[in-house]
Design a protein around this ligand. Structure first.
Ligand SMILES: NC(=O)c1ccc[n+]([C@@H]2O[C@H](COP(=O)([O-])OP(=O)(O)OC[C@H]3O[C@@H](n4cnc5c(N)ncnc54)[C@H](OP(=O)(O)O)[C@@H]3O)[C@@H](O)[C@H]2O)c1
Length: 371
């Protein structure tokens, strides 16, 4: 059995924060779900969830799912029945299936969580949508824009909600930072700097797989998503450098994004450096420093430096992964647009693809060239 290091377990277990919906993300949300079905499902009150795969990340999602009043975890599937049964025993999940297909065929499941390797996200999200299930899919939702478009089409056709599981988006710290930036707390945004690295110790990890592996898809997606969100705009151009490992994936990536407003962003991510995350937003008049941007705790702290003074801003939250579970319930039961729209997910993929292409070609790439 492969054992996660304490550090990697900590990446999943340490965070705590996240809260019910507050403000909209500011992007245009593609409405994929109709009011009639929402009203019908609101009467059911509890959404019955099934999980595809006995993934390590399940330990982050299962507790908030089981604590939620509007959600209920009823099934788990694995490619091997014994593995599904063991996962079911561990978490007290009533039903287990020896194939993903069998779980999707169960009419007693309303929502499917997809924590599969990245290269399988779009495929199983589409299969789940076609089976009439709502879907919460782990990041990244899609590895190509064609995949992103096929997911959106499947959601639209089946009239189901599909959302990418960017849990940090649901934490009040994220919303507060966007409000602070939009409200001029740092003046005009000039620079955003971000980082997300950790030491990957399992050499058979799916993150090293040439299909969908690599640090940019795995953790670089966070600073890119965060920067787009706090600035409320999409990057025009991308530049990237990567250091690849024996399997060909990027083990270290350093990227830059140029935004139409004139703000520049830079970030790094990687599998071969200690665990660290950060975001710094530098404006014409001040600096916001965010020590835990992607995995904030129950009480998050950011530092605003301006005019020679520094102010610590406390932001209350709740268990981090609870937010995406409740947001999905809001979307299905109340007909609200999910906080992470499919248009938003598509735009993040476009930025990541431009960064990859830049790293391959050694020159800046217009994001519109990939979008
Ligand atoms: N949001 C977050 O905080 C966060 C944190 C960690 C990971 N994630 C995301 O969650 C996803 C899973 O990550 P993880 O670390 O939990 O991975 P993992 O432990 O390797 O789990 C992936 C699961 O996918 C299933 N699977 C199906 N086909 C597979 C294949 N060809 N090779 C390997 N596994 C296969 C396996 O389940 P069965 O054998 O039971 O079928 C496996 O347990 C990734 O997309 C990752 O980006 C998100």
């Amino acid at each position: 059995m492969i054992k996660a290091t304490a550090e990697e377990d900590a990446r999943i277990l340490r965070p705590a924060g996240g809260v019910l919906a507050s403000s909209e993300a500011g992007f245009t949300h593609a409405r994929t779900y109709d009011e009639g079905r929402a009203a019908e499902e609101a009467k059911m009150k509890k959404l019955r969830w099934g999980i595809l795969g006995a993934a390590r990340i399940n330990k982050a999602l299962v507790p908030p799912l089981q604590a939620s009043e509007r959600n209920e975890l009823v099934a788990v599937a694995s490619r091997r029945l014994e593995k599904a049964e063991a996962e079911a025993r561990q978490w007290g999940i009533p039903r287990s299936f020896g194939s993903y297909e069998a779980l999707l065929a169960d009419s007693g499941i309303d929502v499917v969580y997809v924590p599969l390797p990245n290269a399988l996200h779009a495929e199983w999200t589409i299969r789940a949508a076609r089976a009439g299930k709502h879907v919460l899919c782990e990041k990244p939702l899609a590895l190509t824009l064609e995949e992103a478009d096929r997911v959106a089409a499947a959601a639209r056709e089946a009239k189901v909600v599909v959302a990418e599981a960017f849990m940090y988006r649901h934490h009040p710290q994220t919303t507060k930072l966007r409000e602070l930036v939009a409200g001029g707390a740092v003046g005009t945004p000039r620079l955003v700097r971000g980082a997300f690295t950790f030491n990957l110790t399992r050499e058979t990890d799916v993150r090293l797989d040439p299909q969908g592996g690599g640090s940019l898809w795995d953790v670089g997606c966070y600073p890119v998503s965060f920067t787009r969100f706090v600035l409320g705009e999409e990057p025009a151009e991308a530049f990237g450098w990567q250091v690849t490992g024996p399997t060909g994936i990027d083990e270290t990536f350093a990227g830059q994004l140029r935004f139409p407003s004139g703000c520049l962003a830079s970030f790094d991510c990687g599998f071969r450096a200690p665990f660290r995350t950060s975001i710094e937003i530098v404006g014409s008049e001040g600096v916001l420093s965010v020590p835990h941007p992607f995995k904030p705790g129950p009480s998050a702290q950011v530092l605003l430096s301006r005019g020679g003074a520094a102010e610590s801003i406390e932001i209350a939250g709740q268990e981090l992964y609870r937010g995406e579970v409740e947001d999905l319930a809001d979307a299905v039961l109340l007909g609200r647009p999910p906080r992470v729209s499919l248009a938003d997910s598509r735009a993040n993929t476009a930025a990541l693809l431009a960064l990859f292409r830049s790293a391959r070609e050694g020159k800046p790439i217009a994001v519109s060239a990939t979008a």
